[in-house]
Design a protein around this ligand. Structure first.
Ligand code: SAM
Ligand code: SF4
Length: 318
């Protein structure tokens, strides 16, 4: 479906849980979040019904995210169901990778095409620090397993954090020399309770290109993707730069987000939400609601004016 600003809206990100087995410093407050009541969280069959309606209305690309999607009971059933909806061309997941070794094969068999894995450091003790206790080796094993079963192309999401990982940019880039993976550097966004932490630790992505002059710009076939891509000479993988802050990409934004408690967000940086879970539970027409949602997707966000949202990232899904 085309929205009021001529954008083709074809991408839905579904956050299947707001819970997580990590506490990344920029995403999840150490004390945890104010959890929704169990009743408010959509059941797997409800996610499936809503996803079907979105696909009826032009969505052909779906990403499963969270919180950590692999801690949600029934996630494999959901993936199996979504992969069978006619019209879904791409089904991906964003995960912290901790449980990937265990789940990769089943995910592939359920119909998942590929995974993005979040990894901000290649150093074991720094990983423990930024995630508040995570085990880097589990993530590395998860990446290997994902490769083995063909959940590819694999993309690594690296959030740039000042005074934390700028000294590892080159190490991450070097991973693309011999491996067919994309390493994507993402600017820290001020979101929810942790917005001040993020503002303090923000680092512009410009540093990646300034420090690595040998990177060669390449065309990104996916015009709606926020990533600009580069390559090392003879590199097997790509280096992506995603600048939500220093370079906004609202003009090409093709995405909608469904939260675990049944709200649709038409813009990551707006607190406006439409309660599609309620529409479903009240037996109202979901297709009509979706048409209205797409029509009302805002033109752009106003982050630069300091309009930061309240919902934490773990309850949105990135
Ligand atoms: N738990 C999964 C994971 O970490 O991949 C999926 C959910 S997580 C919220 C999705 C993505 O959002 C991750 O790549 C994470 O690094 C990113 N993220 C979280 N908070 C962020 C922030 N404040 N700014 C930029 N990216 C953020
Ligand atoms: Fe959990 Fe992902 Fe947020 Fe880290 S970024 S706390 S892994 S939801």
């Amino acid at each position: 479906m085309i929205d009021s600003y001529g954008r083709r809206i074809n991408y839905l990100r579904i956050s299947v849980t707001e819970l997580c087995n990590l506490r990344c410093k920029y995403c999840m407050p150490e004390k945890g979040i104010n959890k929704c009541s169990h009743k408010e969280i959509l059941r797997i069959e409800e996610f499936l019904k809503i996803a079907k309606s979105f696909v009826n209305n032009g969505i052909d690309k779906i990403r499963i995210t969270g919180g950590e999607p692999l801690v949600r009971k029934g996630v494999l059933t959901l993936i199996k169901g979504i992969s069978r909806i006619e019209g879904v061309k791409d089904l991906a997941m964003t995960t912290n990778g901790l449980l990937l070794k265990e789940y990769a094969k089943d995910l592939k068999e359920a119909g998942l095409n590929r995974v993005n894995i979040s990894l901000d450091t290649l150093n074991e003790s720094k990983y423990k620090e930024i995630t508040n206790g995570g085990d880097l080796n589990k993530v590395l094993e998860g990446i290997e397993e994902a490769k083995k079963v063909g959940l590819t192309p694999i993309k690594l999401n690296v959030v740039l954090v000042k005074d934390f990982n700028e000294d590892e940019i080159e190490d991450f880039i070097n991973l693309t020399k011999d491996h067919e993976i994309d390493v994507r550097f993402i600017e820290l966004m001020p979101i929810g309770d942790l917005k001040y932490w993020a503002l303090n630790k923000y680092l512009s992505n410009d540093i990646v290109l300034e420090k690595n002059k040998e990177l060669i710009k390449i065309e990104n076939e996916d015009k709606s993707s926020p990533a600009k891509y580069y390559k090392l000479p003879n590199g097997k993988g790509r280096v992506g730069i995603i600048n939500p802050i220093s370079c906004k990409f609202c003009e090409n934004c093709n995405r909608l987000r469904l939260t675990a408690d049944g709200k649709v967000k038409t813009c990551l940086h707006s607190d406006d939400e439409i309660d599609i879970g309620k529409v479903l539970r009240n037996g109202e027409n979901i297709d009509d609601a979706i048409v209205e949602i797409i029509k009302n997707k805002p033109k752009e966000h106003n982050l630069e004016q300091g309009n930061y949202i309240n919902r934490t990232m773990t309850a949105i899904g990135g």
